[in-house]
Design a protein around this ligand. Structure first.
Ligand SMILES: Nc1ncnc2c1ncn2[C@@H]1O[C@H](COP(=O)(O)OP(=O)(O)O)[C@@H](O)[C@H]1O
Ligand SMILES: [Mg+2]
Length: 262
């Protein structure tokens, strides 16, 4: 009888590459990356690619205990040598993991962003509620939608509103701006110390002893959106329309009176 292969094929499908990005620091990229990874690890094997030299997601992985589903650190020497695309691509086809969550540094732009976009399936942008954050996010969204690489290949794009203060003027403006560009607000995440508790324990908020229904909903919404199948023709049309609007100028879409306080 032939010997059993020692190679364990986890899935025949390619992994889903999920990039978390925003040109701005401190908006919740690492919080989103680690919590997303923790939630997805219940569904299938997950790897984290931490492209931020600060290494916060890698540090979180080191804190992770044995009781929680294992999440693999996908950082490699190849990446350190600057071969971003090859690393990103390799994980997509390696069948080692079902989801790759990529945490990125602030200030991510061309050419690294372009390389990453070549193999990204889903791009999530977390945004924090301050006017400065919202403006920086609008600029990031604009640069993305006008990026030739982004336009050449469909990437599903969604925004996660972090630390929500829903009734502020700047948030309402951002919501209008995103709606006018057909970019979905995937979920809202409330401001809670539980994210700090979870990160200190190498966990996702779902792995703490208790999670509130509101927090549960935030992540149910996020996971459902990440796992949706790609509505490509509609997405392409929406992107085309968004580009035309952006070419007219971001300020017009954000509305006037940007100096107003909340
Ligand atoms: N929803 C939230 N509630 C409470 N604290 C948060 C929340 N999101 C982020 N933080 C905290 O804000 C800080 C910045 O978040 P982080 O995820 O590290 O941002 P980034 O990776 O974009 O720089 C961290 O201390 C993090 O724990
Ligand atoms: Mg970070």
């Amino acid at each position: 009888m032939p010997e059993k292969s020692s190679v364990r094929v986890i899935s025949r499908e390619k992994a889903t590459n999920i990039m978390i990005a925003n040109g701005k620091g401190g908006v919740g990229k690492t919080t989103l990356a680690t919590n997303l990874a923790a939630h997805l690890s219940v569904i299938g094997p997950v790897g984290i690619l931490d492209l931020d030299p600060q290494g916060s997601s890698r540090f979180w992985l080191q804190l992770r205990g044995e009781r929680e589903p294992k999440i693999i650190c996908l950082n490699s020497k190849e990446y350190d040598r600057g071969q971003v695309t090859r690393t990103w691509m390799a994980h997509k086809v390696s069948q080692q993991v079902r989801y790759v969550v990529c945490d990125t540094p602030a200030g991510l732009g061309s050419p690294k962003l372009d390389q990453l976009l070549k193999e990204t399936d889903v791009l999530l942008i977390p945004v924090a509620p301050s006017q400065i954050d919202i403006h920086a996010t609008a600029a990031f969204v604009k640069s993305l939608l006008l990026n030739p690489q982004f336009r050449a290949r469909p990437v599903r794009l969604g925004v996660v509103m972090n630390r929500v203060k829903r009734n502020t003027l700047s948030f309402q403006k951002l919501e209008k701006f995103l709606a006018s560009l057909n970019i979905p607000v995937v979920a809202t995440i409330r401001d809670t110390q539980n994210y700090l508790k979870a990160v200190e324990a190498g966990m996702g908020i779902n792995e703490l002893p208790k999670i509130t229904p509101e927090d549960e909903k935030s992540w149910r919404d996020t996971i459902a959106w990440v796992r949706q199948s790609d509505a490509t023709p509609a997405a392409m049309l929406a992107r085309q329309q968004a580009k035309q609007k952006l070419e007219k100028g971001t300020d017009e879409l954000l509305g006037s009176g940007t100096n107003q306080t909340d």
